[in-house]
Ligand binder design. Structure first.
Ligand SMILES: Cc1ncc(COP(=O)(O)O)c(C=O)c1O
Length: 305
């Protein structure tokens, strides 16, 4: 069985041979911008938009990837095409970009580099088993003690690999419920985001989500807002607090792998009637139609194999 290829700084190499220096700024400093795209029926979803967001992150962090967005799209597509024959027709994959500042020099100036940027692009099977049951029963959303890193320190719109704060927040919610999913608040007590997703609620038929001041401008979030418009579901980007989630009719997370993860409990209390709600279902059905795949079924089918 041939192995998957990885794009590593200009070369396609076998996944098991893709090695980077222990002195890379990705390792030494967590100094890496990232994107995660997924395929639906082997077609990448919103790849151009992911690459556009990647180039915004690169610009703000002053990392020179060594090529422009059009070339990044070309090498990404080349890698995907090289690997797709290794995926079965019902399987989809992640398409991940990690770009670090390159090999770093320990010392007083972390901006000094010994190499050009380290460009890492890989595919991996889209394993949805961890999220599958939430399409049916919803998850338990819990607010951790830790707050989101304020955008005054690190703008939430920069999609980066410094994940310590998210991981610690996720550990805190798992102390409450081992399967809880975090709803991280900002330092003012407003709802921000999840460790890897955005969050929405539905109240009196209106879809609401935080504006991307304290959260990533997620592309799944954008897809939901687009679908809502097509479905005539009114939506608002607004400031939300835990109270709004306690009293909401529906709530859900959005992220590239699972698209929509319904939440039927918030900090131990039922959200609405504690069932996955009609607006959530309508949006999931519309997204499935958009990509020609029954999104929940794809995840649930993985549980059988
Ligand atoms: C912190 C954070 N928020 C939100 C998201 C959701 O973004 P997207 O919908 O583009 O996957 C992600 C995705 O990984 C994320 O890391």
């Amino acid at each position: 069985m041939p192995s998957r290829q990885v794009h590593l700084s200009g070369n396609l190499v076998a996944e098991e041979d893709a090695k980077i220096s222990i002195f890379d700024s990705a390792v030494l400093l967590g100094d890496t911008v990232t994107e995660s795209t997924r395929t639906f029926a082997h077609k990448p979803f919103k790849l151009e938009q992911h690459i556009d967001r990647l180039y915004k992150s690169l610009k703000v962090t002053r990392i020179d990837a060594g090529c422009d967005a059009a070339e990044m799209l070309r090498i990404t597509t080349e890698l995907l095409e090289a690997n797709l024959p290794l995926y079965q027709s019902h399987e989809d994959c992640w398409l991940v970009h990690n770009i670090s500042r390159g090999v770093s020099v320990p010392g007083p100036d972390p901006t000094v580099q010994r190499s050009s940027a380290t460009v890492m692009i890989y595919t991996q099977p889209m394993d949805l088993r961890g999220w599958a049951k939430y399409y049916v029963e919803g998850c338990h959303a819990v607010t951790p003690m830790s707050r989101i890193v304020p955008s005054q320190s690190l703008d939430a719109r920069i999609k980066n690999r410094s994940r310590m704060s998210y991981t610690l927040a996720e550990m805190e919610v798992k102390l409450v419920d081992s399967e809880a999913q975090s709803v991280i608040l900002d330092i003012d007590g407003n709802v921000a985001e999840n460790k890897g997703g955005n969050i929405f609620l539905v109240s009196d038929g209106v879809l609401k989500t935080p504006a991307p001041r304290n959260c990533l401008a997620g592309l799944s979030r954008e897809t939901i807002l687009e679908l809502a418009q097509q479905l005539d579901i009114p939506s608002q980007e607004t400031t939300l607090q835990p109270y709004d989630f306690y009293t909401a009719d529906e709530a859900f997370f959005t992220s590239t792998p699972y698209c929509i993860m319904p939440a039927t409990k918030f900090n131990g209390l039922p959200v609405g009637d504690e069932n996955v709600g009609p607006v959530t279902k309508k949006l999931l059905a519309a997204w499935s139609e958009l990509v020609g795949i029954d999104i929940a079924k794809q995840a649930l089918d993985q549980m059988k194999s």
